[in-house]
Design a binder for this molecule. Structure first.
Ligand SMILES: CC(C)(COP(=O)(O)OP(=O)(O)OC[C@H]1O[C@@H](n2cnc3c(N)ncnc32)[C@H](O)[C@@H]1OP(=O)(O)O)[C@@H](O)C(=O)NCCC(=O)NCCS
Length: 154
């Protein structure tokens, strides 16, 4: 489904509070380091990082970030999150299609994402988007969790 009032747009500095709120809801799925407003604002200003924001009725309900290196053609997805109230409704897929399209335009041919091995919904989500497992990294996070690296070629 594609909610008719769903919009994907670029990041605005005012998005920081909502991004932090969503990020804190899903701490188990991300790396455990303290993400601050300053950190988000800093990465949003980098030339090699891009956030896309999903809104419904102008309210932020999801986001995706990507770190990309146009000169060498490689990129990494993350973080990505969709508000629990809007999950399983196609929003994450729309965000991903948008960011993959953006990356293709930047000359990126290889996109990776690292997902914790216990995050089955996350792994299925990327598999449905054409990502394939290419590496299993043991004891990868500070807490000692295993992480699966997935790849998709554009
Ligand atoms: C992973 C995540 C971003 C997916 O967002 P989402 O908006 O729920 O994604 P979608 O709705 O596009 O797809 C999710 C599933 O719903 C299904 N779906 C999509 N539209 C649907 C609809 N209208 N009705 C029923 N199911 C639907 C998809 O087929 C998909 O199935 P899958 O579980 O087999 O992959 C979200 O679950 C999330 O925020 N997770 C926590 C953070 C996280 O794990 N991030 C990734 C690790 S880096």
């Amino acid at each position: 489904m594609n909610p008719s009032n769903l919009q994907i747009r670029e990041f605005l500095p005012d998005d920081v509070t909502e991004i932090l709120r969503l990020h804190r809801n899903f701490l188990d799925y991300f790396e455990e380091f303290e993400v601050s407003e300053e950190f988000i604002l800093n990465i949003s200003q980098r030339d090699d990082f891009k956030f896309f924001i999903a809104t419904i009725d102008r309210k932020l309900i999801g986001f995706v970030g990507t770190l990309f290196y146009g000169s060498i053609g490689r990129a990494e997805i993350g973080p990505i999150a969709v508000d629990n109230r809007h999950k399983n409704n196609g929003v994450g897929t729309i965000l991903m299609k948008h960011v993959l399209n953006f990356l293709k335009q930047q000359g990126i041919h290889r996109v990776i994402v690292r997902v914790k091995s216990m995050n089955n919904p996350g792994l299925n989500f990327f598999e449905n988007l054409g990502f394939e497992e290419e590496g299993y990294f043991q004891n990868y996070t500070k807490k000692g969790e295993d992480v699966i690296q997935m790849v998709r070629f554009l």
